[in-house]
Design a binder for this molecule. Structure first.
Ligand SMILES: Cc1cc2nc3c(=O)[nH]c(=O)nc-3n(C[C@H](O)[C@H](O)[C@H](O)COP(=O)(O)OP(=O)(O)OC[C@H]3O[C@@H](n4cnc5c(N)ncnc54)[C@H](O)[C@@H]3O)c2cc1C
Length: 308
């Protein structure tokens, strides 16, 4: 490791976020013999995945919690340290970065932000149970395959749900759009032309313990095998913006081809950056960023056999 035993010495890298992106970066950095601390608020989106079937290497699927457990064990195997923290501020100076959570602070030569995003969900006490059993699904790219031939609802602003409904129409004949507002009828036209039905706007969602239902204002109730809500998301990208990074109009952190933001030494990876919010993308971006960070840090020749 290139940092001294002095506890005030900076880490080579602090990774903010312990989801698939941050954990992969930590594994790479450990194997590059760089000191790495992962600061994590502990709410990875991957925890919500009942079973992922497009994650490379798991032909029979893997639960998100199990995937995170394995990825964390792998990062620890190569020396990554972990602390529970919600980072609120990142500041750059001539020697690197200071990160703080309001009460504590940490020093790093480089920072990789891997803070993901948080889905906005229907406000109901049953949401977690409905996601766990697949009645509510949050990512059609991830699991539309599992919803093949099912009765599918797509819930959210009319201007947004048409494209999602059209995508899902390739998987099932029984797809309905459930607008939560009265705007954007034009945006649903292609889906309607492909045979997707539109239910009246302003209905309410419910859950019976196994399946979700949509009750229209006139009382008609349709039960769905799965409903996909598309209600937007929030991110911690503002922390990077406050440190000087540029954001897109959509609030994603803008990075170069090696995942570096406009601030030298500050990188961003995973859902907080990408338009395609997938584990494979997060993992690939982590490999790219970690390798670039390693190349930026001072070269440390190996002196002698070192105790493990
Ligand atoms: C229900 C569901 C099913 C899905 N299924 C699949 C699938 O089958 N295949 C697939 O590829 N993808 C799937 N996804 C998407 C996948 O979960 C994400 O793409 C992936 O988790 C992104 O990884 P990440 O590391 O960028 O972010 P995350 O996994 O969200 O991790 C970010 C971490 O950063 C922490 N954090 C946030 N802010 C701070 C802060 N300020 N300080 C410290 N820590 C912070 C969070 O608490 C979290 O632990 C699914 C998502 C959901 C919700």
């Amino acid at each position: 490791m290139s940092h001294s035993a002095d506890s005030t010495a900076p880490f080579d890298v602090v990774v903010v976020g312990g989801g698939p992106a941050g954990l992969t970066a930590a594994t790479y950095l450990g194997r590059f013999l760089r000191s790495c601390l992962v600061l994590d608020a502990g709410d990875s989106r991957a925890k919500w995945i009942p079973e992922s079937n497009n994650c490379p290497g798991f032909p029979h699927g893997v639960a998100g919690v199990e995937l995170l457990r394995r990825m964390k064990a792998q990062a620890m195997e190569f020396g990554a340290r972990f602390e529970s923290a919600e980072v609120g501020k990142i500041e750059r100076d001539d020697d690197g970065f200071t990160l703080s959570d309001g009460a504590r602070s940490w020093r790093a030569r480089c920072v990789i932000l891997a803070t993901g995003l948080a889905d906005k969900l229907p406000e109901a006490p049953w949401v977690e149970d409905a996601v766990a059993c697949g009645a509510l699904r949050l990512c059609s790219i991830c699991d539309a395959y599992e919803a093949s031939d099912a009765c599918i609802g797509v819930y959210g602003p009319a201007a947004d749900i048409g494209a999602h409904g059209l995508f899902l129409r390739a998987y099932s004949k029984r797809v309905c759009l459930l607008p939560n507002d009265g705007d954007g009828a034009d945006a649903m036209r292609d889906a309607i032309a492909a045979g997707v039905r539109v239910l009246p706007a302003g209905g309410t969602l419910g859950f019976d313990g196994e399946r979700c239902r949509y009750t229209c204002q006139d009382g008609e109730t349709i039960v769905f095998d799965s409903i996909y809500p598309f209600l937007g998301s929030t991110t911690s990208a503002g922390i990077a913006a406050a440190a000087g990074a540029a954001l897109s109009d959509g609030g994603e952190i803008i990075v170069d081809g090696k995942q570096m933001t406009a601030v030298p030494g500050l990188f961003a990876i995973g859902d907080v950056v990408s338009g395609l919010n997938q584990i494979s993308v997060a993992v690939g971006q982590a490999a790219i960023a970690a390798t670039r960070v390693h190349a930026m840090l001072p070269f440390v020749p190996r002196e002698a056999m070192q105790a493990s």
